[in-house]
Design a protein around this ligand. Sequence first.
Ligand SMILES: [Zn+2]
Length: 97
Amino acid sequence: MATDYDAPRKTDDDSESIEALKERVPDKLSGTVGDEDADNPSGFELPGADLSDLELDVVVLPPQEDEFTCSECFLVKHRTQIDHDSAHGAVCIECAA
Ligand SMILES: [Zn+2]
């Protein structure tokens, strides 16, 4: 009798744990669980760290002293490429042409 009772109990435990997992997934997706979220941030930091690494590689330097930003095409060009200064700023030779 003891063995007969034990067999169905195992299946009950399995289905219970699966249902518990199923209930957790939608909770995480809706983002309403406070305690679970506190443990999760480490998973979100990895892609964030990757992005900051990419940003460091693509740092945009401000115009150097011998460079200017064209007010027409907004490209940074060498000072020798200035055609004239307009009311909005320097205009490069290509834009003035
Ligand atoms: Zn230009």
